[in-house]
Design a binder for this molecule. Structure first.
Ligand code: ADP
Length: 310
């Protein structure tokens, strides 16, 4: 049984806009799954439908085998959802927001207090427990949403852009926390714009573009499909012009002492260094230009535009 099974899911908003055009998707139990795609692709609509915040036009969604149509209460009890918008009462104290949520899910009061303390401490919010939510920073509010989503111990946690607007330090803490609860058995699905983090954290991935799923695979498989990698090279020599490297495409001079080169899979970085040496150019340092997933993503979505899909 899958943690999530979506089949033929369509959503047409009342404006006539077709946000989802019949997507199908499965997510394994225990997975750490990324739903990626450019702005307006349909990610939030999809998550909204799974969470019961958006009405679907047609299609089926099952959470651990329970249909959101026929078995809504059980399906909902298995799900924790963190939407992009802050949707708590900002005048309520932090602690109360979570305890009230526990009440909605029938968590006994005593256990709710213990769990609230546990999650607020884990998410570094404990000292703010008596503050009104509106006093919290953006990152704190995001963590409050996560704590609230976890209070009834859902088996599937869905997060829409959980690290949006969260600074780097905090993002790392949040990822560590999510990794930990995933290891403890919670299936996690998230959307993110931080592809580098998705590459590092997620085992499986789907890319959605203009309401269609254009790719669904394991992260490893996806990254293996990339047939080139772009490097930035810092040189000892000062260059007057772009060096002529016949074996390599897309050689770009960034400034007097750095260039960017795309290295195809059939060649190695050593080939590049030797070719530069033969021109008397010495490489001092180098780094990957962008992470590979980002590169893949840009290529895939522009390919889609060219093919006129969606
Ligand atoms: P993403 O999360 O990938 O950025 P969304 O699911 O938010 O994409 O949006 C998909 C498309 O649906 C976009 O074109 C968006 O403008 C449109 N859309 C989203 N919500 C609504 C709504 N409530 N009414 C009409 N159109 C909407």
């Amino acid at each position: 049984m899958f943690a999530l099974e979506i089949s033929d899911l369509y959503k047409t908003y009342s404006s006539g806009l077709e946000a989802l055009k019949g997507i199908s998707l499965t997510v394994e139990r225990g997975d750490f799954f990324a739903l990626l795609g450019p702005n307006g692709a349909g990610k939030s609509t999809c998550i909204g439908i799974i969470s019961g915040l958006v009405n679907k036009t047609s299609g089926n969604v099952n959470i651990f085998g329970h249909s959101i149509d026929n078995d809504f209460i059980v399906a909902k009890s298995l799900l924790g959802s963190v939407p992009q918008e802050f949707n708590f009462n900002t005048f309520e104290p932090v602690e109360e927001i979570i305890i009230n949520q526990a009440g909605f899910y029938g968590v006994p009061a005593r256990r709710a207090r213990v769990e609230t303390e546990h999650y607020l401490k884990q998410l570094n919010l404990w000292e703010h427990r008596r503050s009104q939510a509106r006093r919290l920073s953006g990152g704190m509010k995001r963590r409050l949403m996560i704590a609230r989503a976890l209070i009834h111990k859902p088996k599937l946690l869905i997060l829409d852009e959980p690290t949006a607007g969260v600074d780097i330090e905090l993002r790392r803490t949040m990822w560590d926390f999510l990794e930990q609860i995933n290891e403890q058995g919670t299936t996690i699905i998230l959307t993110t714009h931080y592809l580098e983090e998705a590459e590092r954290m997620c085992r499986n991935i789907a890319i959605i573009d203009e309401g269609n799923i254009i790719l669904n695979s394991s992260m490893n498989h996806l990254l293996k499909q990339l047939n080139s990698e772009t490097f930035v090279l810092y040189l000892r020599n000062e260059l007057d012009q772009v060096p002529c490297l016949p074996s390599f495409d897309n050689v770009v001079k960034l400034d007097q002492q750095s260039i960017e080169v795309e290295v195809p899979d059939r060649l190695s970085i050593n080939d590049l260094i030797h070719e530069l040496e033969s021109l008397g150019i010495i490489v001092e340092r180098m780094r990957n230009k962008v992470n590979r997933l980002e590169e893949m993503f840009v290529k895939m979505t522009s390919k889609t535009e060219k093919r006129g899909l969606g």
